[in-house]
Design a protein around this ligand. Structure first.
Ligand code: BGC
Length: 451
């Protein structure tokens, strides 16, 4: 922190353009520690995103891995054929049997869900794969093919297996890093007597495919898949001749690229980001994701509150209570700042005075406002990278998925993202449409399994 202790008490009161005194002790504290949503240089970030994306495609040093998916969007999809789908997300592992009809609509049946292995304590590799195989047993007989949506950074092979590059979202199964995920699953299925084929794809690639499938009748010029849930990431369709780090691609073809945008390094961390990052199991990695996604926003707000409590922003009772919390969930913080706390919300504690509560809202709302600005910059970067959307009759289709995007109440979140995005793209004459397809990762994994 650059500012601690009672210094803040003496901080000057800022005057805005109209000469009015702003209620800004909290705002100053945040700014002095590097958290300032309004001050973000959006244009500079767009340039930085574009540079990093180009470097990643060329195989030069970049924070963006730009992972080829080996999935194109124009292959025929078998209709009225069931496929087994496995969806390994940041919080849940889900399975279903899915079929797609002639109009691109999905039928999802035999749906089941459990906690994602590795979220409830550390696990070994064999136990991890076994949990996946076991989970599929009730539906495995339904299809020879498995579409596997895997929501972690993984290098995809031309045969659509996936080698885990690293875990994100604080998953604790270190032994699986570097291993082939599809082969591990197939090995454990074979031990149970089932020979299968598997297609693995990132959840943003699946989301892009689900958007394409749902919007099949519409004349879109390009497709983007974006997720803001427990984690965050972006996928878009790239020309193979621009993926110059690979010499084995048909230069006339197209392929979906998994950007791994959560790993973007172009945004300077505030003092709060640095403090929180130091407590994660992957310090220094995925710093962009740690600023905008559901796994971290509550934790980040909690970091702000702890620092503010130490700096004398709260009554002694409230400061003591904050210091005693182990952390703060995103749901609790967002419900509270968004004005809809449930009775079990920690801020309902009588230790908090009305002033304490208002102070907490003023300190944490900017955490969400910054996330909205960065989300918009991320989306705009992907839309611009498609090179499309110049004809208003053929917008870029952006399928957005993820609970953090849709459910965040604080800072008027989804509307703020949309306003910011329009401010970046309208002046450039880029037409785009944000769409929502429920169960996108599951549907997209089915589409890939049926290609
Ligand atoms: C992962 C991505 C994934 C995203 C959204 C990130 O933590 O690295 O692969 O697409 O979360 O689930």
């Amino acid at each position: 922190m650059t500012k601690q202790g009672n210094d803040v008490e003496n901080a000057p009161i800022a005057i805005n353009d109209e000469g009015e005194t702003m209620h800004d002790r909290e705002e100053l504290f945040l700014k002095e520690n590097g958290l300032d949503a309004d001050g973000i240089d959006r244009e500079a970030l767009l340039t930085s995103f574009a540079d990093e994306m180009n470097a990643g495609l060329a195989g030069r040093a970049s924070s963006l891995m730009m992972i080829p998916s080996f999935i194109s969007i124009d292959r025929p999809v078998k209709t009225e054929t069931p496929v087994v789908v496995l969806d390994a997300g940041g919080t849940n592992l889900r399975a279903a049997v899915v079929s797609i009809d002639g109009t691109g609509q999905a039928r999802i049946g035999s749906f089941s869900k459990r906690a994602m292995p590795g979220t409830q304590g550390a696990l070994g590799a064999e136990a991890f794969f076994d949990a996946f195989a076991e989970f599929l047993m009730p539906i495995i007989a339904e299809s020879e093919s498995i579409g596997f949506c895997f929501s972690y950074p993984a290098e995809i092979t031309p045969a659509c297996d996936a080698r885990l590059i690293r875990w994100s979202k604080q998953i604790e199964v270190p032994a699986v890093v570097g291993q082939m995920i599809g082969s591990g699953l197939l090995r454990h299925l074979a031990q149970r007597g089932y020979e299968r084929r598997v297609v693995i794809l990132n959840d943003t690639v699946a989301t892009l495919l689900a958007g394409k499938s749902a919007g099949v009748a519409k004349p879109y010029s390009a497709y983007v898949g974006f997720i803001l849930g427990t984690g965050t990431n972006t996928a878009y369709v790239e020309r193979n001749d621009r993926i110059t780090k690979r010499a084995d691609l048909d230069p006339s073809g197209l392929m979906v690229i998994n950007v791994e945008s959560g790993a973007f390094r172009g945004v300077r961390q505030s003092a709060f980001d640095v403090t929180m990052d130091a407590q994660t199991i992957d310090c220094g990695h995925y710093t962009f994701e740690k600023m905008i996604s559901g796994a971290y926003l509550g934790w980040l707000g909690f970091t702000v509150l702890c620092a503010a409590a130490q700096a004398g922003f709260f009554t002694a009772a409230a400061a003591e209570r904050i210091a005693a919390w182990p952390t703060l969930s995103n749901k609790h913080l967002d419900d509270f700042c968004g004005g809809r706390p449930t009775p079990d919300n920690p801020f309902q504690d009588t230790a908090f005075s009305t002033d304490d509560r208002e102070t907490a809202v003023r300190l944490c709302t900017p955490v969400y406002a910054r996330a909205a600005v960065l989300t918009a910059v991320n989306l705009a970067s992907a839309i611009l990278k498609t090179g499309a959307g110049h004809d208003p009759a053929r917008p870029v289709c952006v399928n957005v998925d993820g609970s953090t995007y849709y459910r965040t109440l604080t800072a008027d979140f989804p509307q703020r993202v949309q306003r910011e995005l329009a401010a970046l793209l309208k002046p450039r004459g880029i037409a785009y449409e944000l769409i929502r397809v429920d169960e996108s990762p599951v549907i997209g994994a089915a589409v890939a399994g049926l290609m």
